[in-house]
Ligand binder design. Structure first.
Ligand code: PHE
Length: 337
């Protein structure tokens, strides 16, 4: 090969390279193309292998041409890398773009079961009158559930509470929250204003309005000079708080061994299908019970009430069968949201 032929080859290589570079669409492909042209085993090196056969004075001329070709290819690669790289970046940003305005999946909100919801409503209203919330215990003993509440063993009034006894002698599932009165009086000193919500148990046949397991909220106030009128005033406020300003209460004579006098309290809630519904038993704490709680009945008086949570929840939410409270049907809970 002579100088002229070699120059033609080199210029041809340059031309082909520039057109290849112009049509290459990816930075990675440009890199490959670059090393196949300019690399140690690239096309230019390949051509220059023939330089040894040229006359000595022609060799530098070939070197000059080869350098021009190399520089032209490098410049073209560089320019193309710039534009192809920018296009790739734009495409990538487009591909990975996140639309932060797209609404996410809606969280599934839970809701309170109507029993704790109702207990919470009672606690808030009673809280306005200075009552705090405490808890008794579901497994009680005969002494606290009955005897200290003025209900001796074999007393006929025990028939009021169909009791579930435990195998251990003297132990039972509490039939009402009233034993909490004794526990509270023994644990603190007057003035006492407390409510005791919780689950109670009775050996009862289950139907739409009776459960063997149900909830009560006990209320207890002990102070100097507490009267039945105070009880009536607070229960009126409780009824209005739970059912609205039109709600009324009605006291009827009642009987409980641990209160004297005792009353049964009905509420008229003033809504559709209005009527009187008995929601609680109450009365002035019996002097013997005050004494059993370590309180002197000569200086202090108290009133207590025990209300049925299921009945109030049924009225508040229009539920007609209390068995629904114990079934775990999510549709029931969602309907009350
Ligand atoms: N413990 C009674 C019951 O379960 C209700 C009650 C509580 C009555 C407090 C008077 C005072 O029926």
């Amino acid at each position: 090969m002579d100088l002229a032929e070699l120059e033609v080859e080199l210029r041809g290589l340059q031309k082909k390279a520039l057109s290849d570079i112009a049509t290459t669409e990816a930075v990675a492909s440009l890199d490959e193309l670059g090393s196949s042209l300019l690399g140690k085993r690239g096309a230019i090196t390949d051509l220059l292998r023939g330089i040894g056969g040229l006359p000595a004075e022609d060799r530098p001329k070939v070197g000059v041409i080869a350098n021009e070709v190399r520089a032209a290819i490098e410049a073209a690669l560089e320019a193309r890398r710039g534009s192809v790289g920018a296009a790739e970046l734009t495409a990538r940003i487009e591909r990975e773009r996140i639309d932060t305005t797209t609404p996410g999946p809606a969280p599934r909100l839970g809701s309170l079961h109507p029993i704790p919801e109702t207990i919470g409503a009672i606690a808030r209203i009673m809280g306005n009158f200075g009552f705090t919330v405490a808890e008794g215990q579901e497994i009680e003993d005969d002494v606290t559930n009955f005897q200290l509440l003025n209900i001796p063993e074999d007393h006929p009034s025990r028939d009021l509470w169909d009791t579930l006894y435990l195998r251990e002698p003297g132990r039972l599932l509490r039939t009402h929250t009233s034993p909490g009165q004794i526990r509270t009086m023994r644990a603190t000193t007057p003035p006492i204003r407390v409510i005791l919500p919780g689950r109670c148990f009775r050996y009862e046949a289950v139907d739409a309005s009776h459960g063997f397991e149900f909830h009560q909220v006990e209320g207890l106030l002990v102070d100097r000079g507490a009267t039945l009128a105070d009880l009536k005033g607070i229960l009126d406020e409780l009824a209005r708080g739970l059912f609205g300003p039109q709600a009324k209460t009605r006291f009827r004579p009642g009987y409980y061994p641990f209160t004297e006098p005792s009353v049964a309290v009905d509420v008229s809630w003033g809504g559709a299908k209005d009527g009187w519904m008995t929601i609680l038993g109450a009365g002035m704490v019996h002097p013997t019970v005050l004494e059993n709680g370590g309180i002197d009945p000569e200086t202090h008086q108290g009133f207590a009430f025990g209300l049925g949570v299921e009945r109030i929840a049924m009225l508040r939410h229009g539920i007609s069968d209390l068995r629904a409270f114990l079934e775990d049907d999510v549709r029931f809970l969602e309907a009350l949201r």
